[in-house]
Design a protein around this ligand. Structure first.
Ligand code: 5AD
Ligand code: SF4
Length: 445
């Protein structure tokens, strides 16, 4: 009997990495590897890494240390590192961790099968070249996930914005968009396989096709994808506030399948800090876009990202961040202490605020947001929400789904509802979740 080869895959960081990891699982299945949750039984360990903050990067080296001891007992074990740390470190990674067999950058997933096959015959390989054509997108159809009804579809990659704190343009390269025809083809294939929700993915989807004059822009693309039969719900992420146009805002009113949620990272509420960050908008401009979104789509759920303790952020600047946050009323906010990334512009700025002060600001922000999130979740009690059932909840004894606004809901019901959008009455709003009951479509509750 041929022994099955086992893959242990760990993913750090953003949705782009989660999406890449789904492709990695599919690619590795294609050459005989099945996933295992236990690294001590693996024949292949792959780390899909993130370098957005120093902590994420340090984690990679910590985990590699653990895998080194597994390899001592399993000398045939192949260890590979991909993603943003791999892109940034390249050869240095092999020097620091000589037991690593392969290193693949952010544009090189399409080479992974042959790299692993070479590693099986004892060859070490490193691929971190940037590709400026669409070849790196040509992996659709390989993604493999448990969530059969909801998928990511990459529409563009890379970023040209060079926010002063951000490593992404350095490790993901310049912005490149995929052709609308290929995207629609992929979405149609997903719909034919039972997928009902797609999330269009890119570092800055609003500037989709800005380098391809004459091609559909992002609002056009949303319309094309919404027309695909079988797709019931459409989402996108991430949006840069400076590039969100009136036409895009209007899509929320005009495309019924477009879910009422937008992730719109402000990063700061002080104009001085926004300027130093090179964000390209003021807080008033940001709030103007938020007001336009709320007008076009009453009830839209807005989530965001915020950085605390950017070099030069003073107490007054932070108060402006708090004020902006309160005014928006975020459904959820991801907030981080600024982390200097080598090679970025802000890494050269003098940073005089102490660690404790930054921590105190973060805690204040997070406490206030927690309160807002809970209040918002509670205010949904008694409302009827359209919930896309994704499958079983983590505890496996209930169903889990998401509202159009992207709030997670636990509900009782038959697993046969997975993949369907059902009306659900919210009975309880908790801190991170809602609890709901399916409303009988014939009027009985
Ligand atoms: N330090 C802290 N947070 C950062 N982010 C990006 N770069 C940094 C950094 N150097 C945050 C931003 C971004 C999110 C994905 O991570 O808020 O939107
Ligand atoms: Fe980074 Fe700014 Fe590009 Fe977002 S828009 S990926 S924060 S450089």
């Amino acid at each position: 009997m041929i022994q099955e080869k086992k893959l242990y895959l760990e993913t750090f960081g953003c949705q782009m990495n989660v999406s890449d990891s789904e492709k990695i699982v599919g690619l590795m299945k294609g050459i005989g590897y099945q996933q295992t949750p236990d690294p001590t039984h693996a024949d292949l360990i792959l780390l899909n890494t993130c370098s957005i903050r120093a902590k994420a990067e340090q984690k990679v080296y910590g985990h590699l240390g653990k895998f080194k001891s597994i390899k001592r007992k399993r000398p045939h074990l192949i260890i590979g590192v991909g993603g943003c740390v791999a892109q940034q470190e390249g050869e240095r990674l092999l020097e620091k961790a000589p037991f690593v067999n392969l290193v693949f950058g952010t544009h090189n997933l399409h080479l992974l099968q042959e790299m692993v096959a070479a590693a099986e015959t004892g060859k070490r390989r490193i691929e971190t070249d940037f590709l400026d054509d669409e070849k790196r997108f040509d992996l659709y159809g390989v993604a493999d996930t448990d969530s059969g009804f909801t998928r990511f579809v990459t529409v563009m990659q890379g970023c040209d914005n060079f926010c002063a704190y951000c490593i992404v343009p350095h490790v993901r390269g310049r912005e490149i968009s995929r052709s609308a025809g290929k995207i629609v083809e992929e979405v149609a294939a997903l719909a034919a396989s039972g997928v009902t929700e797609v999330t269009l993915l890119g570092q800055n989807v609003n500037s989709y096709s800005s380098k391809n004059p004459g091609e559909p822009d992002f609002p056009d693309l949303l319309r094309l994808v919404a027309e695909v039969d079988g797709i019931e719900r459409l989402r996108f992420t991430t949006s840069h506030p400076k590039d969100i146009s009136e036409r895009l805002i209007a899509c929320f009113a005009e495309i019924p399948k477009l879910a009422p949620h937008i992730h719109l990272p402000a990063q700061a509420g002080s104009d001085r800090v926004l300027k130093a960050m090179n964000r390209g908008y003021t807080s008033a401009e940001y709030l103007g876009k938020v007001a336009a979104l709320k007008a076009a789509c009453p009830g839209i759920q807005i989530t965001g990202d915020m950085i605390v303790g950017f070099p030069g952020e003073e107490a007054g600047d932070f108060e402006e961040t708090m004020a902006l946050m309160e005014e928006v009323g975020y459904a959820d906010l991801f907030s981080f202490i600024y982390s200097a990334r080598p090679g970025t512009k802000a890494a050269e700025f003098p940073d005089l605020t102490g660690k404790e002060e930054k921590q105190a600001r973060l805690e204040r922000l997070q406490t206030a947001q927690k309160k807002t999130t809970l209040e918002r979740n509670r205010s949904m009690e008694g409302t009827i929400q359209e919930v896309l059932v994704e499958g079983l909840s983590d505890s496996k004894d209930s169903l889990f789904g998401r509202t159009g606004g992207n709030r997670g809901v636990i509900l009782e019901g038959d697993l046969a509802l997975a993949g369907k959008v059902v009306p659900v009455k919210i009975v309880e709003g908790l801190q991170t979740l809602l609890k709901g009951e399916i409303v009988d479509p014939h009027g009985r509750e």
